[in-house]
Design a protein around this ligand. Structure first.
Ligand code: PLP
Length: 404
């Protein structure tokens, strides 16, 4: 893979001479995405689905192309793709869809996992408190992998929904989604996958993945902030109630009542993030241009190299499976003797390396590892081994200084 060819599209890498290892928080955006968003504001800044005039027609066509591109990308029907604000929004929408449809009754259970992002815990906690449901958490094993046996232990006749992050944003664990899906089906549970960390790196085939709902967020896959994706099985989206009410999501409105629009518009109320949808469309084009399989291959190479090198440093404690087959391209670690925030600041200020430190929006699991938080370096295909070398030598240098 000719990385330099792609790196040129991310001008910030050269302009700021930055080593960007905060890809799990948000990816960089290539020139093509920024240009496509500007195109909306410069060339067709109209509202969609409303105007007869040319500007509105053009904006509507490009907005619709995003649904189509996403349906090709994720192998689902265009009407199964709902554009949202982000993954958090998508998960909240699923929660409210089920709430509004009276899917749960008192005493029912929801099973998530201990390593979820807050976005896949808090909405379910809220629902459980509201309806008197029980929220259960599947454990991870000592090697930071998902404990399927614990899921089997925790599931009961009252379990109505299972959810999991396809790839954790902390331990980077790849969940055994095929097996979880089989268990969910056997037990008549809905299965929701949080694909925020998998969609940027892995080919996702919604028809094969075995989930009822799959969510992801544009800004982690080269796209803009403020746009997310919610994919749901058509029969479920038809059956369940909308969660936001007003313009665009209706078919007819009288003073007495309203009827809902066809999918996916039933779930897309009001003027959407149109420039964001343009940007997401360009992001999907860009991923296709590089090739999602090539991206995964490059990510794995970087991860393997990163694992080998970081393990050579004394005083490093890692919180990952440390096996490229079992995890995504994230290193979660602490260096003994220094607070994670101080370490992250030093990396930034001395070597211009962007990492993240703290609780990573996953406080329940991170506080188990270290109540002061941990450091995270996360890679994407435009990163290089040379950048990892700089990162590792900076860590070694800091280690020498503090642990001599
Ligand atoms: C696994 C996971 N789920 C959900 C989210 C939430 O994404 P967003 O903030 O775009 O809603 C993130 C973001 O870090 C994540 O990593």
């Amino acid at each position: 893979m000719n990385i330099d060819k792609y790196r040129k599209d991310f001008s910030i890498l050269k302009e700021k001479k930055i080593i960007y290892f905060d890809n799990a928080a948000t990816s960089l955006k290539p020139r093509q995405v920024i240009e496509k968003m500007n195109y909306y504001y410069e060339k067709c800044p109209a509202n969609i689905h409303r105007g007869i005039h040319q500007l509105s027609q053009e904006a509507s066509v490009i907005y619709e192309e995003t649904h189509e591109k996403l349906s090709d990308f994720f192998n689902c029907k265009p009407e199964e793709v709902i554009l949202t604000n982000n993954s958090t929004d998508s998960l909240n929408m699923i929660m409210y869809m089920l709430y509004n449809s009276n899917y749960f009754k008192k005493g029912d259970e929801i099973i998530t996992s201990v390593y979820e992002h807050h976005a896949n815990i808090v909405p379910w906690q809220y629902l459980c408190q509201k309806l008197g449901l029980v929220l259960k958490f599947v454990e991870i094993k000592k090697d930071f992998t998902y404990d399927l046996a614990d899921l089997e232990r925790k599931i009961t006749k009252k379990t109505k929904l299972i959810t999991v992050a396809h790839i954790s944003n902390t331990t980077a664990t790849i969940a055994p989604i095929k097996k979880i899906s089989e268990i969910a089906k056997k037990n008549n549970c809905l299965f929701v996958i949080d694909g925020s960390q998998s969609a940027p790196h892995h080919k996702i085939d919604f028809k094969k993945i075995g989930a009822d709902f799959f969510v992801c967020t544009a800004h982690k896959m080269l796209g803009p902030t403020g746009v997310g994706v919610l994919i749901g099985k058509r029969n479920l989206l038809e059956k369940f109630s909308p969660v936001r009410f007003g313009g665009d999501m209706i078919k007819n409105v009288t003073f007495k009542k309203s009827t809902w629009n066809d999918l996916p518009y039933k779930f897309e109320a009001g003027t959407p993030n149109i420039s964001g949808a343009f940007g997401l469309s360009a992001a999907v084009d860009y991923i296709n241009y590089v090739g999602i399989d090539n991206i995964l291959k490059q990510d794995k190479k970087l991860l393997e190299y990163g694992i080998n090198e970081i393990l050579k440093i004394d005083n490093i404690v890692c919180y990952n499976p440390l096996d490229i087959k079992k995890q995504g391209p994230i290193l979660l670690f602490n260096l003994k003797g220094i607070n994670c925030r101080e370490l992250s600041t030093l990396l930034d200020q001395t070597k211009n390396i962007a990492t993240r430190a703290g609780m990573h929006c996953a406080e329940p699991i991170i506080s188990r590892f270290d109540k002061n938080g941990v450091t995270r370096a996360s890679f994407y295909f435009y990163n290089t081994k040379e950048e990892i070398d700089v990162f590792i030598s900076a860590l070694k240098f800091i280690n020498k200084k503090i642990n001599l």
